[in-house]
Design a protein around this ligand. Structure first.
Ligand SMILES: Nc1ncnc2c1ncn2[C@@H]1O[C@H](COP(=O)(O)OP(=O)(O)OP(=O)(O)O)[C@@H](O)[C@H]1O
Ligand SMILES: [Mg+2]
Length: 471
């Protein structure tokens, strides 16, 4: 590839001489003063500009040249400008380097020296370009480790940037695996509390009787086994961020205490009477429908409004098709590097299958399927089968009527079960057949557990139909 150079000098003889030396390897543009230099730079985007500092109308001082330099750099901060300075003007050249010029040469310019310097400079230009391209193919820069070039995710990132600097509680909503915990961490890292602790706690994973002391701490002897006083996570998170995950499952007693803490920044340890102050910013998350939880009386409405001062929704992966393939490529690169199989790529059927899959487990599901596929793949390419996403168009064409019928049945039944999360009654109604017929089909087609989506058929159906049993 031939690169373009811009030569800026008011002396036509010098321009011609340089052009003569370089024209074999480069395309040359020329300019003789500041204004034409800047406009030619904009029009031609040369890889390197060679700039004489003494330009008209004041050819004996460097002002015009330095002004041209700063205008060029203002338009393109990565522009490469080599200063060509007159005898005894080294100080000006050094000043230009301080202002962002790449390097300088003294007149009379030695052609060999110039060629060498240009080669080095072009090398840097190419490296920078490669780096930019790499970043673009990765969907731009990561946002605090988070990927996402879809408009939806860019929206989430800009929201996070804005709320991170405040102390307002944030509520993160989104299906499982959409990145709620990552977003919580991003909020913390972008906040003035970034150097303080980030303390996550999963409210649904801790038994009710332990959760209160876990959050608020306890005094010595407050219950059997409380041998000493202990600080809770709210105190530990002071100066930082407390991440309350699965907030929909908070028991009522704890809801009251948490509400008070959100209103007044004070609380009491279990078994204690002293009011304790803590300065923890609360970020909560849930994949449950909190509005419904408040309607049913499971979650206090006043607590809901306190937590939901700012609400950020993490969109499901199926609603941001732009992200799927970009995420997949990035996850493949990471997993392949870990397994020492850097040459692995996706086969076309894998890309197709990923684009049309509904991703009920969102980003986590994508990540897990790829990790597994990297281990399973035999060749250099990951197929839809390696991802356990068998694409209908990938199947072998049927030869008999019986085969064709079976294939169609399999496809329709699998899709219907997926649509209804494994619920037999609904899937049967959708297919226009009776429940026993659907059971028979599932049996005949061998659609065991592996093909059934998330919820397993027998269980979800059992709970809906076993009205004879005690639950
Ligand atoms: N934007 C993203 N960029 C990169 N990785 C992501 C992104 N979103 C999610 N992930 C990855 O997906 C997985 C699930 O993310 P995370 O734990 O944050 O989801 P979650 O919404 O908290 O899920 P759950 O509701 O199941 O707790 C993690 O391994 C995380 O690294
Ligand atoms: Mg989570």
């Amino acid at each position: 590839m031939r690169h373009k150079l811009l030569i800026v000098d008011d002396d036509e003889a010098i321009r011609t001489q340089m052009k003569w030396a370089l024209t074999q390897d480069y395309d040359i543009a020329q300019a003789e003063d500041r204004i034409s230099a800047v406009s030619t730079f904009r029009a031609e985007s040369p890889a390197v500009t060679m700039l004489d500092l003494g330009l008209p109308p004041r050819t004996n001082s460097p002002e015009e040249g330095l002004a041209a330099l700063s205008e060029i750099l203002a338009g393109d901060p990565t522009a490469k400008v080599i200063i060509i300075s007159g005898q005894g003007e080294k100080m000006n050249a050094i000043q230009a380097i301080g202002a962002g010029a790449y390097d300088f040469l003294c007149k009379p310019v030695d052609p060999d020296e110039l060629t060498l310097l240009l080669k080095r400079c072009i090398y840097v230009v190419e490296l920078e370009r490669e780096y930019r391209e790499m970043q673009q193919s990765r969907g731009g820069e990561l946002f605090e480790e988070m990927l996402g070039h879809s408009a939806q995710m860019q929206g989430v990132f800009s929201f996070i940037r804005k709320v991170a600097v405040t102390t307002a509680p944030v509520l993160l909503l989104g299906e499982s695996g959409t990145g709620k915990e990552m977003a919580a961490l991003a909020i913390h890292r972008r906040s003035p509390r970034a150097n303080g602790p980030f303390i996550p706690i999963n409210c649904s994973a801790i038994p009710e009787n332990l959760l209160e002391s876990e959050l608020f701490g306890h005094e010595k002897g407050s219950f059997t086994g409380a041998h000493m006083q202990r600080k809770g996570l709210i105190e530990t998170a002071s100066g930082g961020t407390l991440f309350l995950d699965e907030i929909g499952d908070l028991p009522p007693t704890i809801q009251v205490k948490l509400l008070r803490f959100l209103q007044e920044q004070t609380f009491q340890r279990v078994g204690g009477r002293q009011e304790i102050q803590a300065d923890a910013r609360v970020v909560a998350a849930t994949n449950a429908d909190l509005k419904q939880a408040t309607a049913k009386g499971k979650l206090r409405e006043d607590l809901y409004f306190r937590l939901a001062v700012v609400v950020i929704k993490l969109p499901p992966l199926r609603d941001r098709r732009d992200d799927v393939i970009m995420f997949a490529k990035e996850f493949l690169q990471r997993a392949a590097a870990q397994c020492d199989r850097p040459k692995l790529t996706f086969a076309p059927d894998a890309l197709r299958a990923m684009s049309s899959h509904a991703w009920p487990g969102n980003v986590r599901e994508l990540q897990n399927r790829i990790k597994r596929a990297v281990i399973m793949a035999d060749g250099k390419r990951i197929t839809a089968r390696d991802l356990e996403l068998t694409d209908a168009s990938d199947m072998v064409a049927p030869t008999t009527l019986k085969e064709a019928r079976e294939m169609a049945e399999r496809e329709l039944v699998t899709q219907a079960l997926k649509r209804h999360a494994g619920r037999i009654t609904a899937a049967a109604a959708d297919l226009g057949i009776s429940r026993p017929t659907l059971y028979e089909l599932i049996e005949k087609l061998g659609l065991g557990k592996r093909d059934a989506p998330e919820t397993n058929l027998p269980e979800s159906e059992a709970s809906a139909t076993s009205n004879g049993n005690e639950m």
